[in-house]
Design a protein around this ligand. Sequence first.
Ligand code: GAR
Length: 188
Amino acid sequence: MQKIVLFASGNGTNVENIITHFKNSSLGTVVAVFVNNPRAKVLERAKNQNVKSILFDKEQLNSGFVLDELNKIEPDLIVLAGFLWMFPVAIIKEYPNKVINIHPALLPKYGGKGMYGKFVHQAVLENKEKETGITIHFVNEYYDEGEFIFQQATNIENCKTADEIAEKVHELEQKYFPQVIEKLITNN
Ligand code: GAR
């Protein structure tokens, strides 16, 4: 059984979906959710699913506390599922090819610092893009620049608001993210 840990900062719909997906799986299980925001809704979602959450601040992320907690768990895959802080190089080095992220756009477009959540969808709308999508990629020391694992596009010509675009991207995330994680842990 492969051990998956999740990192999240906010709402946590991806976290909930991934936990649910692996509840009845013999391949992997979500053992902990690492959260950087004490007011994040994801804390409640993890609790409702009986998954342990580990809360940390920026100092704890960068000083070794988070790495120590990870090392106690020895995860097979670390998944950034709506995690909005820069991920420390020290952790990436300790877990090579085991840290992945989901980005709500077709990278390399609409990536980089400050490009997250609704800001991405707003920019996509303003640029009158005909399509957007999701990118799942390995995490390296630069925002949104690690090697791609998976992309899926969706047509947004009928979308008139950033919220409508967000909804279409959300549907892709719900459908594909658990599948991609499952494939990765299967090949581990
Ligand atoms: C998701 O759309 C995810 O792709 C995005 O944040 C949202 C979190 O939603 N991540 C980024 O923008 C990372 N740069 P959730 O908390 O409901 O899963």
